[in-house]
Design a protein around this ligand. Structure first.
Ligand SMILES: Cc1cc2nc3c(=O)[nH]c(=O)nc-3n(C[C@H](O)[C@H](O)[C@H](O)COP(=O)(O)O)c2cc1C
Length: 189
């Protein structure tokens, strides 16, 4: 039997209650339902210092970097701030840049699925910005993505999606990254 696909989830906000974190949890459940082993990196818990160029992998990022290196796929989830993803999320991606000396470097060969949450309709701009970052880190974005608009009404106090369709979209994104890795494995990549 082939090794389980590992999916690392990165995201959430620094807010006391985070809808982007709730969305990420559901998408990771979708990946688990598709047979993957998952890990979750909540930016609030990680409390990362600002990235210093050529600072190497620091203690605060070591478990993230190790999980990302072992993973074949990632799920990214950020709130949209001023028409892009959050600064905290970008800072985490900058830390991942320190994987440039790894073999393979950074996120080469890995698959990423994107989630952006926002109060308005321009949250899709967060997805566009995430896709550009994924490309810079040499990752491959799956075509589906999820935008969660009107986040104030999107999740209940337990973090469950109120709209069943949104729940399904998030789970389906989790399944999509697992399916993409399965196809890549089949091609010997
Ligand atoms: C500084 C700031 C800027 C924001 N800019 C946007 C924006 O450009 N578009 C949008 O749809 N929502 C915007 N929002 C709303 C957040 O994206 C929305 O509340 C999001 O769900 C918060 O995610 P969280 O619950 O994970 O903290 C902004 C919120 C903040 C605090």
């Amino acid at each position: 039997m082939s090794e389980k696909i590992r999916v690392a989830g990165l995201g959430g906000s620094l807010a006391p209650v985070s809808t982007s974190l709730a969305a990420l949890r559901i998408a990771l459940e979708g990946a688990q339902e598709a047979g993957a082993e998952t890990s979750l990196f909540d930016l609030k818990e990680m409390d990362l210092p600002m990235y210093i160029p050529r600072g190497g992998v620091i203690d605060a990022t070591r478990s993230l970097v190790e999980a990302v290196y072992e993973a074949e796929a990632m799920l990214w989830s950020s709130p949209v701030y001023e028409g892009s993803f959050s600064g905290a999320f970008k800072n985490a991606l900058d830390h991942i840049h320190e994987m440039g000396s790894y073999d393979p470097p950074m996120l080469r060969g890995k698959v990423v699925g994107h989630i952006a949450t926002g109060s308005g309709t321009n949250a899709v701009q967060g997805i566009i910005a995430m896709e550009a970052c994924a490309r810079s880190l040499h990752a491959m974005s799956v075509p589906p993505f999820v935008v969660v608009p009107k986040t104030g009404q999107a999740f209940d106090e337990e973090g469950k999606a109120i709209d069943p369709d949104m729940d399904q979209q998030l789970r389906s994104l989790g399944r999509s990254v697992v399916e993409a890795v399965t196809r890549l494995r089949g091609q010997g990549s």
